[in-house]
Ligand binder design. Structure first.
Ligand SMILES: [Zn+2]
Length: 201
């Protein structure tokens, strides 16, 4: 069997790069790659490509491996809906193609179905090779797509005014309130060493 190609990348090379980048061979990234390919095939050549994923797991890494869009450059946006779906779109025209998995088409693909149903629970590992082989066959049937138009670009294009937080003294975007989010009791951390401030000063 000839080596499949996903978004111009050889299957074997794609698996190696996902292991390096993601930490392990991921069926979700493989399926994500095929979803990106389906979306881009329909969208056509797009110099101003942006991608929005509707989950924060797996799909963002597929996007970062196969397109120039990354979280850090702002051309990949992730929405934490827990849906295995994404939209490739042109950030100037706001035209795009949304792709998702059609649950009604999963019947003939027991491993893919099993993997999807387990993905939200404790993961028992399904053998990657068998699952990957089924994903490659299933892609054409289970990936649904539709053209969409975005309400607005998801990338923040205006520069945001910043200032210093009157409590902690660090810089933050002023539109978030009179103090930074951490000083509004939204911190995700606490300092273990109460004398840290004193030592720094
Ligand atoms: Zn602060």
């Amino acid at each position: 069997m000839s080596n499949p190609v996903i978004c111009g990348v050889d299957f074997d090379d794609f698996v190696i790069s996902m292991e390096e980048f993601h930490g392990y061979r991921s069926p979700g990234i493989l399926l994500g790659g095929l979803m990106i390919e389906a979306s881009l095939d329909e969208l056509g050549d797009t110099p101003y490509l942006n991608v929005a994923t509707e989950t924060v797991v797996c799909l963002p890494d597929a996007v970062q491996l196969l397109t120039p869009c990354t979280i850090g450059n702002g051309f990949l946006q992730t929405i934490d809906w827990g849906k295995f779906a994404l939209t490739c779109y042109d950030r100037l025209s706001l035209s795009g193609v949304r792709v998702w998995l059609n649950p009604d088409a999963l019947g003939g693909f027991p491993l893919v179905r099993q993997w999807l149903e387990r993905s939200s629970h404790k993961k028992e590992k399904l053998p990657f090779e068998a699952l990957a082989a089924e994903i490659l066959v299933a892609a054409k049937e289970v990936i649904s797509q539709r053209p969409v138009h975005l309400h607005r670009s998801l990338k923040e294009s205006q520069s945001v005014p910043t200032g210093r937080c009157p409590v902690c003294g660090e810089s933050y975007p002023l539109h978030l309130g009179p103090t930074c989010p951490a000083c509004q009791d939204q911190a995700y951390y606490f300092y273990q060493d109460p004398t840290k401030q004193a030592i720094r000063d």
